[in-house]
Design a protein around this ligand. Structure first.
Ligand code: AMP
Ligand code: ZN
Length: 198
Protein backbone atom coordinates (compact mmCIF):
# COMPACT_ATOMS: atom_id res chain seq x y z
CA UNK A 1 0.00 0.00 0.00
CA UNK A 2 1.18 3.53 -0.70
CA UNK A 3 2.38 5.61 2.20
CA UNK A 4 0.34 8.43 3.69
CA UNK A 5 1.79 11.94 3.54
CA UNK A 6 1.87 13.86 6.83
CA UNK A 7 -1.32 15.77 7.42
CA UNK A 8 -2.74 14.81 4.05
CA UNK A 9 -5.34 12.18 3.25
CA UNK A 10 -4.80 10.42 -0.08
CA UNK A 11 -7.67 10.70 -2.54
CA UNK A 12 -10.10 7.82 -2.07
CA UNK A 13 -9.57 4.98 -4.50
CA UNK A 14 -11.17 1.61 -4.93
CA UNK A 15 -8.86 -0.01 -2.36
CA UNK A 16 -9.88 2.42 0.40
CA UNK A 17 -13.55 1.84 -0.34
CA UNK A 18 -13.52 -1.91 0.07
CA UNK A 19 -15.24 -2.64 3.37
CA UNK A 20 -13.26 -5.82 3.98
CA UNK A 21 -9.94 -3.98 4.08
CA UNK A 22 -8.65 -2.18 7.14
CA UNK A 23 -8.35 1.54 6.54
CA UNK A 24 -4.74 2.58 5.82
CA UNK A 25 -4.72 4.97 8.78
CA UNK A 26 -5.01 1.98 11.13
CA UNK A 27 -1.94 0.27 9.64
CA UNK A 28 0.14 0.78 12.78
CA UNK A 29 -2.18 -1.54 14.69
CA UNK A 30 -1.33 -4.33 12.24
CA UNK A 31 2.37 -3.47 12.28
CA UNK A 32 2.43 -3.73 16.09
CA UNK A 33 1.96 -7.47 15.55
CA UNK A 34 4.36 -7.85 12.65
CA UNK A 35 7.45 -9.79 13.80
CA UNK A 36 9.42 -8.31 10.92
CA UNK A 37 8.89 -4.82 12.28
CA UNK A 38 8.92 -5.32 16.05
CA UNK A 39 12.18 -4.28 17.65
CA UNK A 40 11.21 -4.46 21.31
CA UNK A 41 8.03 -4.84 23.31
CA UNK A 42 6.70 -5.18 26.84
CA UNK A 43 3.30 -5.01 28.52
CA UNK A 44 3.00 -1.25 27.93
CA UNK A 45 4.60 -0.42 24.57
CA UNK A 46 5.73 -1.88 21.28
CA UNK A 47 8.65 -0.38 19.38
CA UNK A 48 8.57 -1.03 15.65
CA UNK A 49 10.64 -0.01 12.68
CA UNK A 50 8.89 2.64 10.63
CA UNK A 51 7.74 0.89 7.44
CA UNK A 52 8.75 3.90 5.32
CA UNK A 53 11.77 5.20 7.28
CA UNK A 54 12.74 8.81 6.67
CA UNK A 55 16.28 8.29 8.02
CA UNK A 56 18.76 5.46 8.53
CA UNK A 57 17.18 4.73 11.92
CA UNK A 58 13.50 5.47 12.32
CA UNK A 59 11.41 3.76 14.99
CA UNK A 60 7.89 4.24 16.31
CA UNK A 61 7.04 3.72 19.97
CA UNK A 62 3.38 2.73 20.29
CA UNK A 63 1.41 2.26 23.51
CA UNK A 64 -0.56 -0.97 23.81
CA UNK A 65 -3.62 0.77 25.22
CA UNK A 66 -5.87 2.52 22.76
CA UNK A 67 -4.89 6.21 22.51
CA UNK A 68 -5.96 7.57 19.12
CA UNK A 69 -3.84 10.74 19.16
CA UNK A 70 -2.28 13.54 21.21
CA UNK A 71 -5.62 15.27 21.69
CA UNK A 72 -7.13 12.27 23.44
CA UNK A 73 -4.42 12.21 26.13
CA UNK A 74 -5.36 12.87 29.75
CA UNK A 75 -3.07 14.50 32.31
CA UNK A 76 -2.50 11.24 34.19
CA UNK A 77 -1.13 9.65 31.01
CA UNK A 78 1.99 11.84 31.08
CA UNK A 79 3.70 9.01 32.93
CA UNK A 80 3.07 6.72 29.93
CA UNK A 81 4.57 9.34 27.60
CA UNK A 82 7.62 9.51 29.87
CA UNK A 83 7.86 5.73 29.71
CA UNK A 84 7.66 5.81 25.90
CA UNK A 85 10.48 8.35 25.71
CA UNK A 86 12.54 6.43 28.30
CA UNK A 87 12.17 3.21 26.31
CA UNK A 88 13.24 4.91 23.10
CA UNK A 89 16.25 6.50 24.81
CA UNK A 90 17.16 3.07 26.14
CA UNK A 91 17.02 1.70 22.59
CA UNK A 92 19.22 4.61 21.47
CA UNK A 93 22.00 3.41 23.77
CA UNK A 94 22.47 0.57 21.26
CA UNK A 95 23.50 3.21 18.73
CA UNK A 96 25.97 5.40 20.65
CA UNK A 97 27.24 7.17 17.53
CA UNK A 98 23.81 8.13 16.27
CA UNK A 99 22.01 11.39 16.99
CA UNK A 100 18.25 10.99 17.46
CA UNK A 101 15.24 13.21 18.01
CA UNK A 102 12.15 12.02 19.85
CA UNK A 103 8.78 13.55 19.10
CA UNK A 104 5.32 13.61 17.60
CA UNK A 105 3.84 15.01 14.44
CA UNK A 106 1.45 17.80 15.41
CA UNK A 107 -1.14 16.46 12.97
CA UNK A 108 -0.43 12.78 12.39
CA UNK A 109 -1.76 10.81 9.47
CA UNK A 110 -1.81 7.46 11.26
CA UNK A 111 -4.21 6.52 14.01
CA UNK A 112 -2.95 5.29 17.42
CA UNK A 113 -0.50 7.51 19.26
CA UNK A 114 3.11 6.98 18.18
CA UNK A 115 6.38 8.56 19.21
CA UNK A 116 8.90 8.98 16.41
CA UNK A 117 12.51 8.18 17.24
CA UNK A 118 14.45 9.33 14.20
CA UNK A 119 18.14 9.67 13.43
CA UNK A 120 19.20 13.05 12.19
CA UNK A 121 20.93 11.93 8.98
CA UNK A 122 17.63 11.87 7.04
CA UNK A 123 19.40 9.56 4.64
CA UNK A 124 16.62 7.41 3.21
CA UNK A 125 15.01 6.79 -0.18
CA UNK A 126 11.61 7.15 1.52
CA UNK A 127 12.34 10.80 2.34
CA UNK A 128 11.07 12.28 -0.89
CA UNK A 129 9.03 15.42 -0.46
CA UNK A 130 9.12 18.85 1.12
CA UNK A 131 6.23 17.76 3.32
CA UNK A 132 8.25 14.81 4.59
CA UNK A 133 11.19 17.08 5.39
CA UNK A 134 9.16 19.82 7.03
CA UNK A 135 7.18 17.34 9.12
CA UNK A 136 10.42 16.48 10.95
CA UNK A 137 12.25 19.78 10.69
CA UNK A 138 9.82 22.54 11.58
CA UNK A 139 7.60 23.18 14.60
CA UNK A 140 5.33 20.50 13.08
CA UNK A 141 7.59 18.05 14.92
CA UNK A 142 6.80 18.40 18.61
CA UNK A 143 9.59 17.31 20.95
CA UNK A 144 8.48 14.60 23.35
CA UNK A 145 9.67 16.68 26.34
CA UNK A 146 7.51 19.65 25.24
CA UNK A 147 4.47 17.42 24.77
CA UNK A 148 4.91 15.94 28.25
CA UNK A 149 5.38 19.39 29.81
CA UNK A 150 2.26 20.70 28.10
CA UNK A 151 0.19 17.72 29.24
CA UNK A 152 1.37 18.09 32.83
CA UNK A 153 0.93 21.86 33.00
CA UNK A 154 -2.30 22.27 31.03
CA UNK A 155 -3.91 18.86 31.40
CA UNK A 156 -4.09 18.50 27.62
CA UNK A 157 -1.78 18.57 24.61
CA UNK A 158 -2.19 21.71 22.55
CA UNK A 159 -1.03 21.18 18.98
CA UNK A 160 -2.04 23.45 16.08
CA UNK A 161 -4.82 24.06 13.60
CA UNK A 162 -4.78 22.21 10.27
CA UNK A 163 -4.19 25.57 8.54
CA UNK A 164 -1.12 26.27 10.71
CA UNK A 165 0.08 22.71 10.08
CA UNK A 166 -0.27 23.11 6.30
CA UNK A 167 1.72 26.35 6.43
CA UNK A 168 4.60 24.61 8.20
CA UNK A 169 4.59 21.68 5.76
CA UNK A 170 4.67 24.13 2.88
CA UNK A 171 7.56 26.25 4.23
CA UNK A 172 10.66 26.67 2.04
CA UNK A 173 13.26 23.97 2.56
CA UNK A 174 15.99 24.70 5.09
CA UNK A 175 18.85 22.46 6.23
CA UNK A 176 18.52 21.43 9.88
CA UNK A 177 22.26 21.77 10.48
CA UNK A 178 23.23 25.01 8.72
CA UNK A 179 21.81 28.06 6.94
CA UNK A 180 21.56 26.41 3.51
CA UNK A 181 18.15 26.83 1.87
CA UNK A 182 18.00 24.47 -1.11
CA UNK A 183 15.61 24.99 -3.98
CA UNK A 184 14.43 21.43 -4.05
CA UNK A 185 14.68 18.02 -2.40
CA UNK A 186 17.41 16.57 -4.66
CA UNK A 187 19.64 19.54 -3.74
CA UNK A 188 18.84 19.14 -0.06
CA UNK A 189 19.58 15.41 -0.16
CA UNK A 190 22.89 16.01 -1.90
CA UNK A 191 23.74 18.65 0.72
CA UNK A 192 22.80 16.41 3.69
CA UNK A 193 25.58 13.99 2.86
CA UNK A 194 28.03 16.73 3.92
CA UNK A 195 26.68 16.56 7.46
CA UNK A 196 26.60 12.76 7.66
CA UNK A 197 29.44 10.41 8.51
CA UNK A 198 29.41 7.33 6.34
P1 AMP B 1 2.51 10.35 11.34
O1 AMP B 1 1.16 9.72 11.49
O2 AMP B 1 2.52 11.51 10.38
O3 AMP B 1 3.12 10.74 12.66
O4 AMP B 1 3.52 9.30 10.73
C1 AMP B 1 3.18 7.96 10.55
C2 AMP B 1 4.45 7.16 10.32
O5 AMP B 1 4.08 5.81 10.17
C3 AMP B 1 5.23 7.55 9.07
O6 AMP B 1 6.58 7.79 9.44
C4 AMP B 1 5.08 6.35 8.13
O7 AMP B 1 6.25 6.11 7.39
C5 AMP B 1 4.80 5.23 9.09
N1 AMP B 1 3.93 4.17 8.59
C6 AMP B 1 2.89 4.29 7.73
N2 AMP B 1 2.25 3.11 7.60
C7 AMP B 1 2.91 2.23 8.41
C8 AMP B 1 2.74 0.86 8.71
N3 AMP B 1 1.72 0.16 8.18
N4 AMP B 1 3.60 0.27 9.57
C9 AMP B 1 4.62 0.96 10.11
N5 AMP B 1 4.84 2.28 9.87
C10 AMP B 1 4.00 2.89 9.03
ZN1 ZN C 1 23.47 22.11 6.04
Amino acid sequence: MAEATPGKRPAPDSSTLQPTKTHWSRGLLASMNDPNLIVKSDDRVVIIKDKYPKARYHFLVIPRINIPNLKSLKREQSELLRYMEDQSRLLATKYPQIEFRYGYHAIPSMSQLHLHMISQDFDSPCLKTKRHWNSFNTRYFLDSADVIRCLEERGMVVTMTPVAGEKLLDQPLKCHKCIYSPQNMPKLKQHLSKHTNN
